[in-house]
Design a protein around this ligand. Structure first.
Ligand code: GDP
Ligand code: MG
Length: 708
């Protein structure tokens, strides 16, 4: 027996699924966490399979989650659909219920969050809901595993009963007439239990259903012309008409089955939201909060901890010295000492040195996420995003990308419109992921130490990411492939709550674990390779300085590419390329090439050597290029999987790299003008700025499609 769990996002499906199956799926409070369906066996009876479907608000074919859930329910015929309903949001949740029942699959309604209902002293009359919707209704509290036995019992009963489908929701007469007519036409093509559902979908002009049914042309034309006539008469499209009647059906009885406790005080969350999501204050508050997060984690608290690690653990008398001494005392070959101390330890140490900052950042972002604040940002950004055809939903891939771009790119699946989804896949990697953090911290710490704008550098990286996504959307929306407006954005905001220590610890631990693991594998290997290539000449002589090494000669033949950006130095060029393997490599490579371990022995300021090759301006240009350009190979792989073809992957990576180049060029060349240097390159920089501005501000040729 197969039981599928269907319901709105945040209704508690995954919580229920985990306790029923003993599985441990991630529970998150925004869409996109469960994009794929998950299967597991019921703990107490292995013959029952439970399927956790992605959260959905309706069975329309607009988002990937809806398509996955709907295909499963309609085509794979689960024996029972358990519809999880968030009891504290009954009206909105029942909208999906009416559609699930319409599919003809036996439905058991599980009203969840009964603990919340009880706490609020509200009353839900389950018996009446069962009568109205003609299906079993069970009250549960997924969080405390209450009501599960009855839920399974009722499901088994319904399964044994093999009840025939009987409609519970009748539409107005003209629609019912159309449904009968369409049913006549399609009755040979579909399962008898499902005729009504398919007929309603045809009436809604559901493209996927029309495609699947392949109704003959003549019939289709008759049907459509009648629908059109009806639409004209009522001045609305058929899909909206059906939607409206469904809501009307629910609102007719919801007041009778859900009795709200009147004296309940206005809840704290909505009071907080009055300020935090305020139309005017919301965005400035968000900017201030993000500034604080990055400032605290990178510049102050995290910075102090990182300095400690760099000076004490990896500084003079620290690990590099100890290991070198040990290896020398047992007379190891010099090249092996070099590979271990100046290669592996320098590279990995340079990266691990930033662990404290990463810890602070993930902790603070985790607190914002756990408390429920991050979900609000989507709302705040929705107002801005909507102006150029993106919805606030795009914030979720962005948010996830601040951890790692791979799941971030995948989370773009929650975006309904294909063109917007593609656009998010192309741009979400602009957000500074965890691996880019060491680069940001390095540049902020080494090149802007003591500068009056040091505190701005790290937050600017985050805000630049968001800004570039917005700017890219504005530019791309003016091209044919991307024009179009965003689907309406409905999302229920979770209540604010104090972050749970356990959840927070789990979140931070997981992110740091993968970072450390990467340092011990990919970064280690890359550092050793970089060391070899930078320590030997083409004739395999061990060198004292890397300037005549294999790597230098390769770097020097291609570093002209970055000269216009102000950092056409072979070390920076090599670092940028190793960054494609993993972004931490940028710092790891610097660690090896600038002799992190050696410098530490002399006790000098470890990173001060960078200023030989960089000025603050060229360092910032370097930072911006590395943040925006092609992401690491893992993320490019994710882009390819999500785009589904090579051409679009190529476009995406090309766009990212081109934008990064132009941006870094403008920053460096126009920036130089302010220091009094003006030459041919300044003119090229200004021209680039003008072209970019033109692409942003030119009128939108597709504005027409945009408005209707
Ligand atoms: P899904 O999106 O439907 O998979 O929902 P989740 O299982 O991820 O749950 C969403 C949120 O609701 C989580 O924070 C859960 O802890 C919470 N939750 C789930 N079931 C209950 C419940 O019975 N009572 C309360 N108070 N919270 C619940
Ligand atoms: Mg879930």
């Amino acid at each position: 027996m197969r039981i599928a769990l269907a319901g709105n996002p945040n209704s508690g499906k995954t919580t229920l699924f985990n306790s029923l199956t003993g599985n441990n799926q991630h529970i998150g409070n925004w869409p996109g966490v469960t994009v794929e369906k998950k299967e597991g066996q019921l703990r107490t009876d292995k013959s029952i399979t439970i399927i956790d479907l992605p959260g959905i608000y309706s069975l329309s074919p607009y988002s990937l989650e809806e398509v996955i859930s709907r295909d499963y329910i309609v085509n794979e015929n689960p024996d029972i659909v358990v519809n999880i309903v968030d009891g504290s949001n009954l009206e909105r949740n029942l909208y999906l219920t009416t559609q699930l029942i319409e599919t003809g699959v036996p439905v058991v309604i599980a009203i969840n969050m009964m603990d919340v209902i009880a706490k609020n002293k509200d009353v839900i009359r389950s018996n009446q809901i069962a009568k109205m919707l003609n299906c079993p209704v069970v009250e549960i509290t997924a969080l405390k595993s209450q009501g599960f036995d009855e839920l399974i019992e009722k499901s088994k009963e319904l399964y044994a009963e093999k009840k025939k489908y009987r409609p519970v929701l009748w539409y107005s007469e003209p629609i019912e007439k159309m449904i009968s007519k369409i049913s006549e036409v399609i009755k040979e093509k579909v399962d008898s239990q499902k005729i009504r559902w398919f007929a309603i979908k045809v009436f809604e002009r559901d493209e996927k259903v029309l495609e699947d049914l392949s109704i003959n042309k003549a019939d289709l034309e008759t049907i459509f012309s009648e629908i059109t006539e009806y639409e004209k008469e009522l001045d609305d499209d058929s899909e909206s008409l059906v939607t409206r009647e469904r809501y009307a059906f629910i609102s007719r009885f919801v007041d009778r089955v859900y009795i709200k406790n009147k004296i309940k005080a206005q809840n704290i969350s909505s009071k907080i939201d009055k300020i935090l999501t305020n139309k005017y204050l919301g965005l400035p508050i968000f900017v201030v909060i993000i500034f604080l997060v990055y400032y605290l984690s990178i510049t102050t608290v995290g910075g102090i901890m990182t300095d400690f690690v760099n000076d004490v653990v990896f500084g003079s008398g620290g690990i590099p010295d100890l290991v070198r001494g040990l290896l020398e005392s047992i007379n190891t070959w010099p090249w092996l000492i070099g590979a271990i101390v100046d290669g592996a330890i320098s590279g990995v140490g340079a990266v691990l040195g930033f662990l404290p900052q990463m810890f602070m950042l993930f902790l603070l972002l985790g607190i914002l996420e756990e408390s429920g604040y991050m979900a609000r940002i989507a709302f705040i950004l929705d107002r801005i995003f909507r102006r150029f055809g993106l919805s606030g939903k795009a914030f979720f891939p962005m948010l996830i990308s601040t951890g790692c771009a791979v799941p971030g790119v995948m989370a773009a699946r929650t975006i309904e419109e294909e063109n917007n989804r593609k656009m998010m896949i192309m741009t979400t990697t602009f957000m500074p992921c965890g691996a880019k953090l060491p680069i940001i911290a390095l540049i902020a710490g080494a090149m802007f130490r003591g500068s009056s704008i040091q505190w701005l550098i790290a937050p600017s990286a985050y805000l630049l990411g968001i800004l570039m996504i917005i700017i890219s959307s504005i530019i791309l929306k003016k091209f044919k492939g991307f024009a179009g407006k965003a689907a309406p954005f409905i999302m229920e905001l979770p209540d604010y709550h104090l972050p749970r220590v356990k959840g927070l610890a789990f979140l931070v631990y997981n992110k740091l674990k993968s970072f450390v693991k990467k340092a011990g594998t990919i970064i280690l290997l890359a550092s050793v390779i970089v060391w070899f290539l930078s320590s030997f000449s083409w004739s395999f002589v061990l060198l004292d300085s890397p300037e005549t090494s294999i790597l230098a000669s390769i770097g020097k033949t291609i570093d002209f590419m970055f000269t216009p950006l102000g950092w056409g130095d072979w070390k920076a060029t090599v670092a940028t390329f190793t960054g494609l393997i993993a972004k931490e490599n940028v710092v790891g490579t610097f660690g090896v090439l600038y002799g992190f371990a050696e410098v530490s022995e002399s006790g000098a300021e470890i990173w001060s050597l960078l200023s030989v090759d960089f000025s603050p301006l060229s360092a910032y240009s370097f930072l911006v290029f590395n943040l925006i350009c092609a992401p690491c190979f893992a993320a490019i792989g994710a882009i390819k999987r999500e785009m589904g073809n090579r051409r679009w992957t190529f476009y995406a990576v090309g766009f990212q790299t081109l934008l990064a180049y132009v941006l870094a060029l403008i920053i460096y060349r126009v920036g130089l003008i302010f220091t009094g240097i003006f030459n041919v390159w300044s003119i090229i920089g200004i021209l680039a700025l003008m072209i970019l501005s033109y692409l942003i501000f030119r009128p939108n040729p597709y504005l027409k499609n945009f408005d209707n």
